[in-house]
Structures are given as structure tokens and as C-alpha cells.
Ligand binder design. Structure first.
Ligand code: PMP
Length: 406
């Protein structure tokens, strides 16, 4: 790591705040990450100095913004190692990217009796758009189960693939269990049958190297706000052959080549999927966030988070009565647990008063809770700016909560 932890933390203004008079221990990074000053000032300076609508004007400001926006696309391309800029579409976020594919791909390729395959550990964003598609098209949603540890049942996956399977949609990493799924194996199996695979990267993009060519996925989606960038922007990576063949999702400005009442033709990729004024300040801010992460070092970030996860796991496991959900070997730095018989909301609220921000509930992944027969969990999600001391503070906080309810 080329910066000390103190230097890294100083990059994030919010981390030096106090809550209830106590130092903030922010362990809700799976929900959203905090923003470094470089991202905050890039977006603020854009509004201050160069704001104009993207791709709209011949004037200096608009040209300048368009250049920054297209440079941001190139930054994303390099970051995920897409082979072409045309394969990188800016959307409003992961949810919007998945809905785009569900609608557009679904419109063209899915019909009555066809099947879409998802896993049982998906976020609702990677379930509901497919359910809605299946309802529209009278198609069938099939579900790959996972075991107690939180590992996908790959044998069942192979069995579920059929001649009617049109698409496989699966999380790269689970937002509840932390499991990193074997995407290369999943795509290899699907591709043997010519089936495309969408990877939900909302919980993987921020934790290490994502290489869409190496994963060999057909779609890869993520949100800017999960990787230290602004909210309201995300990415839909799509293999050119699919994006070319798919119809536009939304109609409007910028996605068209020529409009007459007799006939409208559509713009080239990626603009065909970017109707209307996009969130260009956020896209530009996202590129700054990616540059920032690159400057820290993606492998260094992954290594540091793994180390922190190990401490948190060890310390929480040592507390009698704590149950951890998601014990795969290969995990991102997310740890879901229940503190004995204490309700997860009570635990979350008391931890909050200690300055520790965690998430409680179903984490928009109700089927995961149903799989374990629990109403929800407490989730601590760790970023590289967290500290070893914070891991010990979490464990000590959980211990205190359990003593209070004993
Ligand atoms: N998928 C996963 C795995 C997630 O963790 C999230 C965010 N919690 C989403 C999808 C949805 O992301 P967004 O709300 O940014 O669209």
C-alpha cells in the first residue's frame, strides 16, 4: 500500500466525523461506500466551472464536458478490461443496468416457455426484473440453490440448464454471504450451450480485479456508489454482439440517429442505450473514483480487506452464541451474523449508539433469509479504509449488546 492508513482515511472527509460524540466506525460499505475528497471536488468543480449538457452543444463548455464524459467511459473500459468503449454503457446503477437487459434482451430473445436462470443468493435487483420479464413473456424463472456454507450447487446448476434456457443471471459476490461465485466456471458451462451470462458485480467491483474478458461474461453490471463514486450512475458492460442485436430500452434524445414521424433510426453503441441527459457529472466522478482506487492499488485493497475480514471473523466467532452466515473460503469483506437471540434490529440500534454503523434486515435478499429460516442478519461490510481497531470495536460492541440482553 503506497499510503498509510492514516493518509487513506484523511482522503475521506466523512470518516473523521463523530456520531453521538463517538468516532464513526463505518461498516456499511456494502450498502454504499464513502467518497474521497478527489471525487467530491471533481463533481463540485464540474458544476462550478464546466457544466453544460453532454453531447449537446458546439460551445466550449459542452465540448469540454463531452470530452470528460467520453474519457470517463474509457477509464471504465480499462478498469474492467472491456475490449471496446462501445461495450460500456452508463446507466443509473446496477438496478437500472439489469432492468435494461431484462427488458431489451428479454424483448428480443425470451418467449413463452423459455427459462431464465438466477441463483438463490441474488439481491432483489437480480430477481425481480427477471420475474417481471417472465410474467410479461410467460417464461419460467429457475433458481440455482446454495448450501449452508453459502456455495452455489454447481451440479444442480448444470442440471437446471436446458434447451429453453435463454440467460443466466448471477451475482459475482453475494451482498449477504460474501461468497465469490465461480463465474468463469459458470460462463464456461453456459457458453457450451450458447447461453449468455449476466454478472451482477455490485459487490465485487470494489474489492479487487474485475476483468470482463477473463470472466468471459456477456453482461457485467455495477453501481458507482459502491466503489467510492457518486450515486445515480452505474455501468452496463455488454458484449458488442449482444448490445448490437438488442433493441433500445428507452427512447429519447441522444439514442437516435434520425427521427421522422415515418421512421426513426437509432444511434450507434453505446449511445443507443443512453436515452436522455445522462448523469454525466456522476459518470465523470466515477472515473475519478476508479483512478483513485487504481492509485491505491486494487490488489493492495483486496489484501487489506481480506486481512480485516479475517480479524472480524475470528473475533466474532470467538463470541459464544454468534452465528455467522456465509463461510465460503473465497469471500469479499462482508460478514453477516446473528448475535445469539438478540434481534438484529436491537443489535443494530445499540451498535449505532456506540458509533458503529452496520446494516440490519434482509439486505434486499429475502430468499437468502428464507434459505436459512431467519428473519434477517446484522451485516458488517468492510472497506480498505477501515482499521484493525474497528474490527475489535465491532466484536466488543457485539459482546456488550449480548450482555445487555442476557
Ligand atoms: N446487486 C447487489 C449484489 C447489491 O448488493 C446491490 C446493492 N445493495 C444491488 C444489486 C443494487 O444496486 P443499486 O441499488 O445501486 O442499483
Amino acid at each position: 500500500m503506497n499510503k498509510s492508513i492514516e493518509e487513506i482515511r484523511a482522503d475521506f472527509p466523512i470518516l473523521s466525523q463523530k456520531v453521538y460524540g463517538k468516532p464513526l466506525i463505518y461498516l456499511d460499505n456494502g450498502a454504499t461506500t464513502q467518497k474521497p475528497e478527489v471525487v467530491i471536488s471533481r463533481v463540485a468543480n464540474l458544476f462550478r466551472h464546466t457544466n453544460a449538457n453532454v453531447h449537446r452543444g458546439v460551445h466550449l463548455l459542452s465540448d469540454n464536458v463531452s470530452e470528460q464524459y467520453e474519457a470517463a467511459r474509457e477509464t471504465v473500459r480499462q478498469y474492467i478490461n472491456a475490449s471496446k468503449k462501445e461495450e460500456v454503457v452508463f446507466t443509473a446503477g446496477t438496478t437500472s443496468s439489469i432492468n435494461t437487459v431484462a427488458f431489451s434482451f428479454g424483448e428480443k430473445y425470451v418467449g413463452e416457455g423459455d427459462e431464465i436462470l438466477v441463483s438463490a443468493m441474488e439481491h432483489h435487483a437480480n430477481i425481480v426484473p427477471w420475474q417481471m420479464l417472465c410474467e410479461r413473456k410467460k417464461a419460467i424463472l429457475k433458481v440455482i440453490p446454495f448450501n449452508d456454507q453459502g456455495l452455489l450447487d454447481m451440479e444442480e446448476y448444470k442440471r437446471l440448464i436446458s434447451s429453453r434456457t435463454k440467460l443466466v443471471a448471477v451475482a459475482h459476490a453475494s451482498n449477504v454471504l460474501g461468497t465469490i461465485n465461480p463465474i468463469k466456471e459458470i460462463t464456461a458451462i453456459a457458453h457450451k450451450e450458447g447461453i449468455p451470462v449476466l454478472v451482477d458485480g455490485a459487490q465485487s467491483i470494489q474489492h479487487g480485479i474485475v476483468d470482463v474478458q477473463d470472466l468471459d461474461c456477456d453482461f457485467f453490471v455495477f453501481s458507482g456508489h459502491k466503489i467510492y463514486g457518486p450515486t445515480g450512475v452505474g455501468v452496463l458492460y455488454g458484449r458488442e454482439k449482444w448490445l448490437e442485436a438488442m433493441p433500445p430500452y428507452q427512447g429519447g434524445g441522444d439514442m437516435v440517429a434520425n427521427v421522422t414521424f415515418a421512421r426513426t433510426t437509432y444511434n450507434d453503441l453505446p449511445f443507443k442505450f443512453e436515452a436522455g441527459t445522462t448523469n454525466y457529472p456522476a459518470a465523470i466522478g466515477l472515473a475519478t473514483a476508479l483512478d483513485y482506487v487504481t492509485s491505491i492499488g486494487r490488489e493492495e485493497i483486496a489484501g487489506r480487506e481480506k486481512h480485516l475480514l479475517e480479524i472480524a471473523t475470528r473475533e466474532l466467532s470467538a463470541i459464544s452464541g454468534v452465528r455467522i452466515y456465509g463461510t465460503a473460503q473465497d469471500k469479499v469483506s462482508v460478514i453477516s451474523f446473528l448475535p445469539g437471540e438478540v434481534h438484529q434490529y436491537d443489535a443494530g440500534m445499540i451498535l449505532d449508539k456506540m458509533g458503529i454503523a452496520v446494516r440490519t434486515g434482509t439486505h434486499c435478499a429475502q430468499p437468502v433469509m428464507d434459505r436459512y429460516g431467519i428473519p434477517g442478519t446484522v451485516r458488517a461490510s468492510i472497506a480498505f479504509y477501515n482499521t484493525e481497531e474497528e474490527m475489535y470495536a465491532l466484536a466488543s460492541g457485539v459482546r456488550q449488546v449480548m450482555e445487555m440482553f442476557a
